[in-house]
Design a protein around this ligand. Structure first.
Ligand SMILES: [Zn+2]
Length: 77
């Protein structure tokens, strides 16, 4: 169980099969699920610990989380 520490409510899964991506092209990937707090709407991405090679930006969706995205990594539409 994953609980929102602020609201004391169980986080709810809102998307299975999203991806957390690393590196400039996002090819270093972890499969995960997106959870959301039903009260404050905070979201977290939960993944397993097994990374795999993916095609990065070519296969990215709007659900994907890009680590260090503040460095300018972007998904091209
Ligand atoms: Zn919350």
């Amino acid at each position: 169980m994953v609980v929102c520490a602020k609201c004391k409510k169980e986080m709810q899964c809102i998307k299975t099969g999203m991806t957390v991506r690393y590196r400039e092209e996002g090819e270093h990937a972890y499969a995960g699920d997106m959870l959301e707090c039903p009260v404050c709407k905070a979201t977290i991405a939960v993944t397993n610990s097994n990374s795999y090679f993916d095609e990065g930006a070519k296969r990215a969706t709007d659900w994907d989380v890009w680590m260090d995205a503040d460095k300018g990594f972007k998904v091209e539409a």
